[in-house]
Write a protein that binds this ligand. Structure first.
Ligand SMILES: NC(=O)c1ccc[n+]([C@@H]2O[C@H](COP(=O)([O-])OP(=O)(O)OC[C@H]3O[C@@H](n4cnc5c(N)ncnc54)[C@H](OP(=O)(O)O)[C@@H]3O)[C@@H](O)[C@H]2O)c1
Length: 267
C-alpha cells in the first residue's frame, strides 16, 4: 500500500501509528509544513517525508487529508495543480469535519473517489470509533483498505454521508460529555473524603467496566441498569434523582446541539 498523509497532527499522527502497527510493510509518505515533525515521524514509524504536497500526490495511490477543515481547499487545490486530470485517479480519505464529498469533488474533479471518516480522539489510545462514508465510485477493495487502517486505531462503522451529523453526536463529540460525567464522579468522591487518585481510579474503572458490560453481554443498557437496582437499595436512589432531573433528556439535548452545529458548519 502506498499511502500519503497531508497533515500529521493529533489525528494524523495517531492514524499513522495505527497503520504502521497494522501493516508494517505499508509505504507511508507524509507532508506537513514543519520538517522537524517529519523527521520525528520518520524515526518513530519509518514514514517517508515529502518536501511538497505535489511530491506526495505523485507518489501516493491513497491520500489522507488530515489537516484542519479550513486548510482542505488549499491543500486539495495544490494536489489538483500537481496532478491535473490524473487527480481523479487517486483515492482521497478525509477526516476533516464539515467538508462534504461533493465540496471536495468540486476542487479535485467531479468523479474523484473520496471517503469521509469521522474519528474521535480516543484513536490516540487505539480505542477510537470512526465512521466511514464512501463516496460514489469507491470499490469494495478500497473501502476495505480504509476500514483496515481505521480498525487499527479502534473500531469502524460504515454509514451514509448524511449520517455523519448523527455520528458526531453519538461518538465524535461524546467523549467530551463522558469526561464531564467522569469528572463529576471524581469530584463527588473527593467531596466525601477519598483521595483524588483513588476517586479517579474508581470512577474511570466503573465507566470502563460498564461500557464493557454493554459490549460483551449484549444486554440492553437500561436492563443492565435495572439489574443493578435492588428495591430499597442504594443505586435506585441515584436512578430516581437522575430521572427526576431528566438525565437522559439532557444528554439527548446536548447530542442534538452537536449535530445541529455540525449541519450549520457543513459546506
Ligand atoms: N480532534 C478531533 O477530535 C477530531 C475528530 C474528528 C475529526 N477531526 C479532524 O481531524 C483533522 C485534523 O485535526 P487534528 O486535531 O489532528 O489537527 P492538528 O493536530 O492541528 O493537525 C493538523 C496537521 O495539519 C498540518 N498542516 C497545517 N497546515 C497545513 C498545510 N497547509 N498543508 C499540509 N499540512 C498542514 C499541521 O502541521 P503543523 O503542526 O506542522 O502546522 C498538522 O500536522 C481536522 O480536519 C478535524 O476536523 C478531528
Amino acid at each position: 500500500m502506498k499511502i500519503g498523509f497531508i497533515g500529521a497532527g493529533n489525528m494524523g499522527g495517531a492514524i499513522i501509528k495505527g497503520l504502521r502497527n497494522a501493516d508494517p510493510a505499508a509505504i507511508i509518505y507524509v507532508y506537513t509544513p514543519h520538517p522537524e515533525k517529519l523527521e520525528q515521524l520518520k524515526e518513530e514509524y519509518g514514514v517517508i517525508p515529502q518536501k511538497t504536497i505535489a511530491d506526495l500526490a505523485h507518489k501516493s495511490d491513497n491520500i489522507v487529508l488530515a489537516v484542519k477543515p479550513n486548510k482542505i481547499d488549499e491543500v486539495l487545490a495544490e494536489v489538483k495543480e500537481a496532478l491535473g486530470d490524473k487527480a481523479t485517479e487517486k483515492l482521497y480519505i478525509s477526516i476533516a469535519a464539515a467538508i462534504t464529498i461533493s465540496h471536495m469533488q468540486g476542487i479535485v474533479g467531479g468523479d474523484a473517489k473520496i471517503i469521509r471518516i469521522m474519528p474521535n480522539t480516543p484513536v490516540l489510545v487505539n480505542e477510537g470509533m470512526s465512521s466511514i462514508s464512501p463516496g460514489q465510485g469507491v470499490s469494495d477493495e478500497e473501502l476495505k483498505l480504509v476500514k483496515d487502517v481505521f480498525d487499527g486505531v479502534g473500531k469502524t462503522v460504515v454509514v451514509p454521508e448524511d449520517m455523519i451529523h448523527a455520528v458526531i453526536s453519538v461518538s465524535g463529540s461524546s467523549p467530551a460529555y463522558t469526561y464531564m460525567y467522569i469528572n463529576a464522579l471524581i469530584e463527588n468522591g473527593v467531596k466525601q473524603g477519598i483521595t483524588e487518585e483513588s476517586a479517579k481510579e474508581l470512577a474511570v474503572q466503573a465507566v470502563r467496566g460498564a461500557a464493557k458490560m454493554v459490549l460483551e453481554t449484549g444486554v440492553d443498557p437500561l436492563i443492565l441498569r435495572d439489574n443493578v437496582c435492588s428495591k430499597g437499595g442504594t443505586t435506585i436512589e441515584a436512578v430516581h434523582v437522575l430521572e427526576d432531573e431528566d438525565f437522559m433528556g439532557i444528554v439527548d439535548k446536548a447530542a442534538d446541539a452537536t449535530s445541529n452545529r455540525s449541519k450549520e458548519l457543513t459546506v
